[in-house]
Design a protein around this ligand. Sequence first.
Ligand code: HEC
Length: 320
Amino acid sequence: MNLVTRICLPNLRRLSFALGFALAIALPASAQFPLQQNDVVCLIGNALADRMQHDGWMETLIQSPMAGKNLSFRNLAVSGDTVTSRPRSKGVPSPEDYLARCKADVIFVIFGCNKSFGGEPKPAQFKSDLAALLESPEPHARTAAAAVKDFWGPADPTKGTMQTQIADIEEKIKVPKHLTGQMARAYRIGGLVYHSEAHCATCHQPDGKGLDPAFPPLVGSPWVTGSEERFTKIALHGLHGKIEVNGKVYDPEKGVPPMTSFEALLGDDEMAAVLTYVGNSWGNKAAPVLPETVKKVRAANKNRSTFWKPEELLKDHPTE
Ligand code: HEC
């Protein structure tokens, strides 16, 4: 049985970033582990891992370069669990029973520091509890322990915080002069959505310039400033396939992960706001996207459950 361990980082952006790179593009040597055909991957841990059941980004990032491996994921994490205590209601199988029932081949251990319930953080105790969990004759566990070492620094709960400083973000959002009234308000809300943990800025970066070789830029991108329906479709259902942006090619075969779907995460108002923000920041100038437009595009594609392929989008909305 493989045991792969990640521990809490003080902010989700660094975690998803670390996962994006560590798993989809290039694993640091110390964190490498094999995933084999038909492996069942189980997540245990507390709030951060528990919340992952609502998005599926990590699964997406892992599944995409492993097409055909038939991996399955089971999320067994429960908020409030600690390394040493994982109580369950009477009649519910113990966490260990559950792992056995799932026939886990690989376990991701994602424990945070339980700040809300555990009183003052006790990093030393946390480290030694985790070390005990990792004490295993399995060679995989030793690999996992080595991987965890990479994260000891950022995982120190006495530094940093899980919370994005909304006030800091708000201060940085400067509404461009051509947007006034309702549109200026939408732009401000869009900025908050854009810079929220694990939203657009995580991948496309706070300055919209993207990050080579994985995340294409939004600055000056025709996918942003062209057809608003095409732009809305990308944000609603995600995108996967070889694309060109500003003369550079972003190719899944070279490790570009899929852009995830925001359909379930953002309402019409928030989606319209973030698209208006992206369309009018860093020198971009596009017509504001209205909530009614998002509503229409959402309804017209409500049965869609997969990422868009660039060819599909270009067929319906050829580049301008
Ligand atoms: C998990 C990382 C990730 C997040 C979060 C993300 N994107 Fe993307 N995005 C990508 C990747 C990767 C691509 C290219 C995918 C491909 O071609 O297969 C992409 C492509 C795009 C494109 C088309 C190419 C371009 O650069 O213009 C647009 C537009 C876009 N994203 C907008 C957004 C917006 C708006 C948000 C937030 C609501 C967002 N993205 C959030 C990773 C992300």
